[in-house]
Write a protein that binds this ligand. Structure first.
Ligand code: GLN
Length: 392
């Protein structure tokens, strides 16, 4: 068996969700909202399954969805993508990432990965034959500094995998960091796989700046988006890829032999959803921001040091100042087993130079879910403080 997959543990999300079920815990681990998603979009999917075409749709995606994606990015970012030659629909953003890595990497190419990194990146890069170049970003700002980029890029760099907004650090990158990254990519003639699935889930009036829109980046970026994140429908697995025609031609070959197509009823519903008026998107942001603030305030009042969350469904707490004598992994195990709250240890997003004091919570939940979690978490810190002082 191929050791890349054979030697991997079960994903941290699956592990924590299983533990959550076993211990009847509030699951703030794996990132999915309590909200069932917009009813009109779900009804469209149901209608399309009953009334519509359920055989293979076109390989690149339904024309109506590719047109909707094009209009959506034109409207939100002023980016014109040709629906026929620059847009492709995939079965989730993970398929798009896997396909892009398989299509772009030649064995021996160096691939830049910024840590913390989403868990599928490293095995997919390795399986594609890439040599991972792992570079740690530093909390609390996780900036793409000149030093970080100097350490990341070499003459062998061919591909960069870049997540913005960044899960799990919850960072929305500002223009100066993006310009710095773009300069390094141009200087090293590298292609960037831009995982931008959180592009709409951003807070405090922040702006998402797609890297592909920066000068001379159009030809060297693969922009990946996700309907699951935009419509709180994470199980749908409808992703989209935007890239210039020479890149897209090769990406399409990978897609054609991985999933080939994506369920047509879901595509029709997403096409409808992307056309929604701006206030759907602004309300979604406002509602998640409200949940973030409710949960952050609760955590702070319990004594948890909460880090800034600029985007995504998550916020992090840094255990370091608490002196608990416990790393993130044992803290999360104890939390789920003894207190009935599941969270994610952020060290799972590292392959080396681990940060071991940060714990990620999903706040995309109903108020009463968050409140129950907060009640249970109250005991968790008190108990830890005591048990760690006993150990000492
Ligand atoms: N994107 C989700 C998260 O970060 C996890 C999805 C999965 O379980 N693979 O929590």
């Amino acid at each position: 068996m191929n050791p890349v997959f054979a030697d991997l543990p079960v994903s941290v999300f699956e592990t924590m969700s299983r533990l959550a079920r076993e211990h009847d815990a509030v699951n703030l681990g794996q990132g999915f909202p309590d909200d069932p998603g917009p009813e009109d979009v779900r009804r469209k999917a149901a209608e399309a399954a009953v009334e519509g075409w359920n055989q293979y749709p076109p390989m690149l995606g339904l024309p109506e969805l590719r047109r909707a994606i094009s209009s959506h990015y034109q409207h939100w970012h002023g980016l014109p993508f040709d629906p026929d030659s620059e847009i492709m629909v995939t079965s989730g953003a993970t398929e798009a990432i896997a396909g892009a890595l398989l299509a772009l990497i030649n064995p021996g190419d160096e691939v830049v990965l910024f840590q913390p990194m989403y868990d599928c990146y490293l095995p997919l890069v390795r399986r594609a034959g890439g040599i991972p170049r792992l570079v740690p970003l530093q909390p609390p700002d996780w900036r793409l500094t000149e030093e970080v980029l100097e350490a990341a890029f070499t003459p062998k760099t061919r591909v960069v995998l870049f997540n913005n907004p960044l899960n799990p650090s919850c960072t929305v990158y500002a223009r100066d960091d993006l310009e710095r990254l773009a300069r390094f990519c141009r200087d090293h003639d590298a292609v960037v796989v831009c995982d931008e699935v959180w592009e709409h889930v951003i807070f405090d009036g922040r702006e998402h700046i797609p890297l592909i829109g920066l000068p001379s980046m159009r030809e060297r970026c693969v922009k990946i988006g996700s309907a699951g994140k935009i419509f709180s429908l994470t199980g749908w697995k409808v992703g989209f890829v935007c890239a210039s025609p020479p890149l897209m031609r090769v990406l399409a070959k990978a897609h054609q032999y991985i999933t080939f197509t994506t369920p047509p009823n879901l595509q029709a519903a997403v096409a409808y959803g992307l056309g929604k008026a701006d206030d759907y998107f602004t309300t979604m942001r406002r509602d998640f921001q409200r949940s973030r603030d409710r949960f952050a305030t609760g955590l702070r009042s319990l004594g948890f040091p909460v880090l800034d969350s600029q985007g995504s469904y998550f916020l992090n707490v840094d255990l370091a100042p608490l002196g608990l004598n416990e790393d993130d992994e044992s803290f999360c195990k104890r939390l789920v087993v003894e207190h009935g709250v599941a969270a994610i240890p952020v060290s799972a997003f590292y392959a080396q130079d681990h940060v071991r004091s940060v714990v990620r919570f999903c706040f995309a939940k109903r108020d009463n879910t968050l409140d129950t979690a907060l009640e249970r978490l109250a005991g968790a810190l008190r108990r830890s403080a005591k048990s760690s002082s006993i150990k000492e």
